[in-house]
Design a protein around this ligand. Structure first.
Ligand code: NDP
Ligand code: 2IT
Length: 448
């Protein structure tokens, strides 16, 4: 085992050397590979076949120029990315992120996480991620459309329903997918609905895809709470962010009898002790694209904390749904001190390694994003199924399928953690389950 530990350290050091200046990618790799020692011990073929080394190297990385013109006639040049990480178990699949913080290291960490997450869904989808350092904030509809069209002018040649199927992520929702799909159709002369997911309902989108990540997160958390005879009923919850994932997380928490008292955006935190009014959040964020501080116009008794840290508010359950590394060791300690019993991630890698250690040392329930937020991409795969059969399912049917998938993901993570001698450790359960399917497939397919 100590030999294997040394081998894993060598692989990690090599990843750092070969991918300089990409701390988020290093962090994502480290979090996975340091949990794989026992699997390598049981399966020497993974070591001989250099599966980890192969998995850490993306199959293809595309970086391109995205020029576009704003409403005043000024030219802007952004950078576009698509990292096609692994296609062993299916076509590349993963969202696109538009945010000024995007650079290659962010897209690589997201693509790496995605391949394990997609494997966990049990559905035939490989791992990828894309995006741009474009900042959509304050941009008009026409500017967004021109940017999306320019982005697609290059990206289209790498996509296809059997090749690579993008979707949304931060800064990319139904509107952007519509513009990208429209441009793809125009460039290729193909009405290929299966090439994007998260589409509008009039052109191949799936009911329940908009809600899927947040709903799936709560289905997963419900299962996790049940392992300790707990439930959402009467629990106080914090949900960071106020975008797609946060909104439908809050909606499902409320349906399960929990009370969400705070949410946020990158400017600040809203603390509403009466419980967050979701109708107002949806109007502000989905329709009017405004800031969360404006919530106080409707609810003057709610508190707005500019640049506040949401995790300082006392809660039973914390649900980070904004962005990577938004919950650090200090915030984790504060949550524990305030009596938090469970943390489940809607965002990708929102908790820092120090934060995860605090939760694990305290013995509270902790669900890593690659398991708990997999409902979004799982429902994307259901959208692909509907597109392939030229069918569209009703909301309840699709949601039921999502529910079953999340229960299965929970059960497989829980059981794998047990099998590998770490009961209740969902990090180990998720990483090993996700890894094994990809590893076994790569071996079956020869040197790919
Ligand atoms: P949205 O763009 O809809 O919302 C993002 C939210 O997070 C906004 O409230 C935003 O605030 C906040 N946020 C984003 N970046 C930062 C930052 N750097 N600092 C502070 N707050 C920030 O994105 P989604 O809801 O789709 O995505 C949220 C998270 O969930 C991401 O980690 C994403 O990767 C993950 N995810 C998304 C899935 C999906 O299907 N959409 C599926 C699985 C995971 P502001 O408006 O001020 O920027
Ligand atoms: O992080 C994610 O899983 C997503 N942004 C959704 C990906 C997808 O293809 O639906």
């Amino acid at each position: 085992m100590s030999n294997l530990k040394g081998r894993i350290q060598e692989i990690y050091d090599q990843v750092v050397r070969r991918n300089p200046g990409e701390p988020e990618f290093h962090q994502a790799v480290k979090e996975v590979i340091e949990t794989l020692g026992t699997v390598l011990e049981k399966h020497p073929e993974y070591v001989e076949q250099k599966i980890i080394e192969r998995i850490c190297e993306p199959e293809r990385q595309i970086i391109f120029r995205v020029p576009w013109i704003d409403d005043k006639g000024e030219i802007h040049i952004n950078r576009g990315f698509r990292v096609q990480f692994n296609s062993a178990i299916g076509p590349y699949k993963g969202g696109c992120r538009f945010h000024p913080s995007v650079y290659l290291g962010i897209i690589k960490f997201l693509g790496f996480e995605q391949l394990f997450k997609n494997s966990l869904t049990g559905l035939p989808i490989g791992g990828a991620k894309g995006g741009s350092d474009f900042d959509p904030k304050g941009r008009s509809n026409n500017e967004i459309m021109r940017f999306c069209q320019s982005f697609m002018n290059e990206l289209y040649r790498y996509l296809g329903e059997h090749t690579d199927v993008p979707a949304g992520d931060i800064g990319v929702g139904g509107r952007e997918i519509g513009y990208m799909f429209g441009q793809y159709k125009r460039l290729t002369n193909r009405y290929e609905t299966g090439v994007f997911t998260g589409k509008g309902l009039t052109y191949g989108g799936s009911l329940a895809r908009t809600e899927a990540t947040g709903y799936g997160l709560i289905f997963f958390t419900h299962e996790m709470l049940a392992t300790r005879k707990q439930s959402f009923d009467g629990k106080t919850c914090l949900v960071s962010g106020s975008g797609n994932v946060a909104i439908y997380t809050m909606e499902k928490v409320q349906k399960f009898g929990g009370k969400v008292v705070a949410c946020s955006d990158s400017n600040g935190v809203i603390y509403d002790k009466k419980g967050i009014d979701l109708v107002t959040v949806k109007r502000l964020k989905e329709v009017e694209r405004r800031r969360i501080r404006d919530y106080c116009e409707v609810h003057p008794d709610a508190e707005y904390r500019e640049k506040g840290v949401i995790w300082e508010i006392p809660c039973d359950i914390a649900l980070p749904c904004a962005t990577q590394n938004e919950l650090n060791g200090e915030s984790a300690a504060k949550l524990i001190k305030n009596g938090c019993i469970a943390v489940a991630e809607g965002a990708n890698m929102p908790t820092t390694p120090e934060g995860i250690k605090v939760f694990q040392d305290a013995g509270i329930m902790y669900a890593p994003g690659k398991a708990s937020n997999a409902g979004g991409v799982a429902t994307s795969a259901l959208e692909m199924q509907q597109n392939a059969s030229r069918d569209s399912w009703d909301f309840d049917f699709t949601e039921k399928k999502l529910h079953i998938i999340m229960k299965k993901i929970h059960a497989s993570c829980f059981e794998t953690a047990d099998t590998y001698g770490c009961p209740g450790n969902y990090v180990i359960g998720a990483n090993i389950t996700g890894f094994r399917k990809v590893a076994d497939t790569m071996i079956a397919m020869g040197l790919i």
